[in-house]
Design a protein around this ligand. Structure first.
Ligand code: SF4
Length: 331
């Protein structure tokens, strides 16, 4: 049996409009194994959050899955009804969003929310569900968890609320966790604690994690593998150390060059010229060609397929193969 907790195959997400169909995610494929954290990174509008929303069955209409398959722990879930997907979500997928308040009911105590989730999905009696709720809060670093069960979400700080959301995401022992910008709304000092917590708890639970973020720093700290998205497609995917230290796609290189280097004071950061195209104006050929310093005629005319360039490392760029040897001599 496969140990993949998530398989996404040739996913295509479309938005029908009066002026035609817009393709927001195009032919995206990846998988996540038990205990693995895969980062999905890119600028706003790259399609990374939509991919996460499709996996969890929370794609906002008129967005729709137009093609492809999503398989969670061996079960195909694209095309399930809302009611079926709601059950899968509760039992097999945990969700952590940027704003903890989207995951928490402001009118219920966090104890009631945790206990209800545990009772419903793990079929435990109330007293056992309560014990598990206290244990989860303790494991996520909430002081005096027994007392805190009776508190409402607004009685927690932002960082503590995100810890509660992580406890709730893990409550039903999910196989997969979708974390969409889980630290973006938090103070910098709290971000590292939440990342550490996410890492240690997912390792303990053996769940797979899809971490959606625009932040290369979070990627570097957290994930095992990373997929870089641009204009709805994966342009580079591979082991995190490989992609971060030896990026092969010009877009990934641009993202890396934009990260401040604390050891090099006075260095100017390199910015990628231009901006992500809108869905209505995705360029022909390689969608990055109008921002790419290396674009050639072929890049304008033909779209490069995602092609293996090393162990588990694939890149969608016409030039990556040709330039690998010469670049690595300069790295
Ligand atoms: Fe740049 Fe061409 Fe590679 Fe696209 S295919 S990233 S335009 S070199």
């Amino acid at each position: 049996m496969s140990d993949n907790v998530l398989e996404v195959k040739h996913l295509r997400i479309e938005f029908p409009t009066r002026k035609g169909t817009l393709v927001a995610v195009d032919d995206v494929s990846f998988d996540i194994k038990e205990g693995e954290i895969l980062g999905l990174v890119g600028e706003s509008g790259a399609g990374k959050s939509l991919t996460g929303a499709a996996v969890i069955g929370l794609l906002e209409p008129p967005g729709r899955i137009a093609a492809g398959e999503i398989i969670v722990a061996g079960r195909r879930v694209d095309g399930l009804s809302n009611a079926q997907m709601s059950h899968v979500r509760g039992a097999m997928i945990g969700a952590i969003f940027q704003d903890p308040l989207t995951s928490l009911d402001p009118l219920m105590t966090i104890g009631d929310q945790l206990i209800e989730t545990i009772e419903r999905h793990l079929h435990l009696p109330k007293d056992k569900a309560k014990e598990r709720a206290i244990e989860l809060l303790a494991r996520t670093g909430i002081p005096a968890p027994e007392k805190r069960l009776g508190h409402y979400p607004h009685q927690f700080s932002g960082g503590m609320r995100q810890r509660v959301v992580i406890a709730l995401a893990l409550a039903a022992k999910p196989r997969l966790i979708i974390a969409d910008e889980p630290t973006t709304a938090l103070d910098v000092s709290v971000q590292a604690q939440i990342i550490d917590l996410l890492k240690s708890l997912t390792a303990e639970s053996d769940a797979g994690v899809l971490l959606v973020t625009h932040d290369m720093g979070v990627i570097a700290e957290t994930v095992n593998r990373v997929a870089v998205m641009y204009a709805g497609r994966i342009v580079e995917i591979g082991p995190v150390a490989e992609v971060l230290h030896h990026p092969k796609h010009p877009y990934t290189k641009g993202l890396m060059a934009a990260i401040p280097d604390m050891t090099e004071s006075g260095e100017f950061l390199h910015q990628i010229e231009g901006s992500m195209p809108s869905l209505a104006k995705i360029p022909s050929g390689c969608a990055f060609h109008n921002r790419c310093p290396r674009a050639c005629e072929r890049c304008v005319a033909e779209r490069p397929p995602l092609t293996e360039r090393g162990p588990q490392h694939s890149v969608a760029c016409w030039l990556s193969e040709k330039h690998d040897a010469s670049e690595e001599n300069h790295d």
